[in-house]
Design a binder for this molecule. Structure first.
Ligand SMILES: [Zn+2]
Length: 60
């Protein structure tokens, strides 16, 4: 399995962001700063098709 790119929208500003996922990342939660507004986004990585990433506002 190769790296997989996932797109998501920032829960703060709504701008599109992207992340590259590694096979071992499924099921993990990580924090990535929005590429636009730089606020922290909590990403929950899913192995299921269709929804690779769920996003939440970090700290809420
Ligand atoms: Zn943002």
């Amino acid at each position: 399995m190769l790296l997989e790119a996932a797109d998501f929208h920032c829960p703060w500003c709504g701008e599109p962001n992207g992340i590259e996922l590694e096979p071992g990342d499924a099921g993990q939660t990580l924090i990535q700063d929005c590429q636009v507004c730089c606020r922290p986004i909590e990403l929950t990585l899913s192995a299921s098709d269709g929804e690779l990433v769920r996003v939440a506002r970090e700290g809420e």
